[in-house]
Each structure stands twice: as structure tokens, then as C-alpha cells.
Design a protein around this ligand. Structure first.
Ligand code: FES
Ligand SMILES: [Fe+2]
Length: 391
């Protein structure tokens, strides 16, 4: 007999109930292995061991002889984090508990201080080590799928950041929310013109009401391409809505794809030479690139675990010498606070409170599905290259 519960009206489940169409993406709550990830600024790593979690893996990082090393942050003896220990000998790290001492280069147990010089366990225990590289002022760690050798990091960096001269300003922040929500938010077509309409970064710049956008693939990147930009609209039975205000600049007449508030007069030659197909682009394993006429903004969404990620925001200016000083003044005086701070803080807020799936996607969400398709495709191919079953 039907109980009272079955009499209650329930909406039929509409939309997407799960992410079963993207099984690898669905399973990647802790991130995708097989990539390099930026962990922290190189200047923050010295001879004192520091703990980080990346892709669910606990790491200890420290610098020795100018080189940064990354080891699994767990002493195999009794499970104490090596990041609680320190260096007793050059080229090693010692666990604080019983003094088991590991070689930084290969993680081999090379001395056990509390068992004397002839300790028979030496050489029989190994802590996992991770490949490390330094680029753009950041320390990058490769998180392997199995025990494979990493691909060269330059193959994974945005192409324009290899071989050109530039200066970098940036901000790294631990943030709440899964890295996939952060990445999806970064490339999300729908939100910027609405969520960020109150941000100071956008105070004088016109913002559209709605756009018609397509997503196109080019190599390992996908691009958002604006087909139509609508600055105001009449919503039937509801009223007129516009982001325009008397103090904002007038919206441009033409559609454009470098910069998002108007057609630029002058574009930096290095940026122009890249011939980017669109203003916003995204690549694995969660690298967003927003192209402005004079600089490029990057966001790296570094997985920590299911509930947290690291936001790495970089502003890159393709300049050098005394001109770099102007960039740093502009960055530290305004951009860092307005863009990497308050504007980006609105994104952090949304990423923290997003709760999906289930979800009911709408037309602009082609940006989300294109990204998930890219992730699924690229990771499936990567597993095949490494001889891992794709299931
Ligand atoms: S737990 Fe590390 S030396 Fe004992
Ligand atoms: Fe945003």
C-alpha cells in the first residue's frame, strides 16, 4: 500500500543526474595524475621542509644545494610526516621521531641515527620521490600515473611562456571547493557579466547582458569565441535589463576576441603573434588563459583533495628591463588587489558553494561540456600511451 511519502508531489528528475558521460572526469575529484602542477613560489622553499598536498598526495618539499626536492611526506617507520623533521646531513632529510634519514635524490634510507652506523635496515626502505622543476618563479611537481618518467614540463606550459621574455606577478591561495568547480568556473561562459557586475575591477568597463558563444578546439586548447554580444535586452513580461551605467564607458560596436570589454587599439606584439582564437582558453590539467591586449592572465587550479584546491593566478607581461618596473608597480598597486583579490574572490565564493551534479545545464554551458569532453579525451589518450587500462 502506498505510504504518505508516495502521495507527496515530487518533480520528475530533470537534467543531468551524474557525470557518467565523463567517467574519468567524474573520478578525478583528486585531480588527474600524469601532469606537472605548480605548488608554490620557488622563493618560499628553502632548507626547512614544508608540507603540501597535491592530487591527494602528501608531499614534503625542501631545497638543498640550490635544487628543490619533493618526497612523499610519510616516514615508512611509523608514519610520521617527514615535513616535521629537518636536515642532519647535506642531501638528506631526517624524520623527527627516530632519526631515519633519507636521501633526497632517490628517497633511499641511508642512515638510521638511533640504530648506529651499521643499521641493517639501511638501503631496504625507500620513500617515493617526485620529479620537480622550477618555471615562472614557481616550483612544479609531477604527479605520476604509475612510475612513468614525466614529459618535459615545457610541453605542458602555455606555448607563449616558453622562449619569450616576460615578467610575472601572481597570487597563490588555498581555496575551498573541488578543483573541477574552480576550473569550470574559470571557463564558464555565463557568469562573468552577471556575478562580476559589482566588482571594482569592472567599475568603469561595460559588461554585456548576454552573448552567443561557441567553443572551438585548437591543439590542446579550447577557446571561447564570441559570435554575438548583447549589451541590453528586454525580457518578455519582466522588463529591460542592462549592465550599462552612466559612469561606465560606452560599449563597443563590434564583436572582438582579445580583451572582453572592447576592441583594443594596440596589442602587444608577442600576444598578437600567438593569433589566439578567443579571449578565454583552457587546457589540461586545468589551466585557464585570459588574453588581454597588453598582458595575459593565467589561472592554474591545482587539486589538493575532494574539498580543496590551490588557486594560482599569474599576470604575465611580455616585457623586460626598466619597463618591467612599470608592470610591477601597476600589478602591486592595483591589479593584485582588484583582479587577483576582490574580482577573483567572487569566483572563490561561487566555487565554494557550488553543489553538482545533479545539474540542469543551459545553452552557455557548452563551455563546461566542451571542457569535460577535452579532459575525458586527453586523459583517455594519456592512459593508452602509458599502457594503463581505460576503464
Ligand atoms: S617514525 Fe620516522 S623514524 Fe620513526
Ligand atoms: Fe569569474
Amino acid at each position: 500500500m502506498a505510504g504518505p511519502d508516495s502521495l507527496r508531489w515530487r518533480p520528475r528528475a530533470a537534467g543531468r543526474q551524474d557525470w557518467a558521460s565523463w567517467p574519468h572526469y567524474d573520478a578525478a575529484g583528486n585531480g588527474f595524475p600524469g601532469y606537472w602542477y605548480p605548488v608554490t613560489w620557488g622563493s618560499h622553499i628553502d632548507g626547512t621542509p614544508r608540507a603540501f598536498t597535491i592530487c591527494g598526495e602528501r608531499l614534503v618539499l625542501l631545497r638543498d644545494g640550490g635544487k628543490v626536492y619533493a618526497l612523499h611526506d610519510r616516514c615508512p617507520h611509523r608514519g610520521v610526516p617527514l615535513s616535521e623533521g629537518d636536515q642532519q646531513f647535506p642531501g638528506t632529510i631526517s624524520c623527527p621521531y627516530h632519526g631515519w634519514t633519507y636521501r633526497l635524490s632517490d628517497g633511499k634510507l641511508c642512515a638510521v641515527i638511533t640504530d648506529g652506523p651499521d643499521s641493517p635496515i639501511c638501503g631496504k626502505v625507500t620513500v617515493r620521490t617526485y620529479p620537480v622543476a622550477e618555471r615562472l618563479g614557481l616550483v612544479w611537481v609531477y604527479v605520476p600515473i604509475a612510475d612513468e618518467r614525466p614529459h618535459p614540463i615545457d610541453e605542458q606550459l602555455p606555448e607563449e611562456l616558453v622562449g619569450n621574455r616576460f615578467v610575472v606577478g601572481g597570487r597563490i591561495e588555498p581555496r575551498r571547493g573541488n578543483w573541477r568547480f574552480a576550473c569550470e568556473n574559470g571557463f564558464d561562459e555565463g557568469h562573468a557579466k552577471y556575478l562580476h557586475r559589482t566588482s571594482l575591477w569592472r567599475l568603469f568597463k561595460p559588461m554585456p547582458t548576454w552573448n552567443v558563444t561557441s567553443v572551438i578546439g585548437d591543439g590542446r586548447w579550447i577557446y571561447r569565441v564570441q559570435d554575438e554580444v548583447h549589451w541590453e535586452a528586454d525580457f518578455p513580461g519582466v522588463g529591460r535589463w542592462s549592465n550599462q551605467r552612466w559612469w561606465k564607458r560606452r560599449p563597443p560596436k563590434e564583436t572582438f576576441n582579445i580583451g572582453n570589454t572592447g576592441k583594443p587599439k594596440k596589442i602587444d606584439p608577442t600576444i598578437a603573434a600567438q593569433e589566439f582564437a578567443g579571449f578565454a582558453s583552457l587546457s589540461m590539467p586545468g589551466v585557464l588563459r585570459i588574453v588581454y591586449p597588453k598582458f595575459i592572465h593565467y589561472e592554474f587550479y591545482v587539486p589538493v583533495d575532494q574539498g580543496e584546491h590551490r588557486y594560482v593566478g599569474l599576470m604575465v607581461n611580455f616585457t623586460a628591463g626598466w619597463k618591467a618596473l612599470g608592470f610591477y608597480l601597476k600589478y602591486l598597486g592595483g591589479v593584485r588587489w582588484l583582479f587577483h583579490g576582490q574580482f577573483s574572490g567572487q569566483d572563490a565564493w561561487m566555487v565554494e558553494v557550488t553543489d553538482a551534479p545533479p545539474e540542469r545545464l543551459y545553452r552557455p554551458d557548452v563551455s563546461l561540456t566542451a571542457w569535460r569532453n577535452l579532459a575525458e579525451r586527453e586523459f583517455t589518450a594519456k592512459l593508452e600511451v602509458h599502457g594503463c587500462a581505460s576503464s
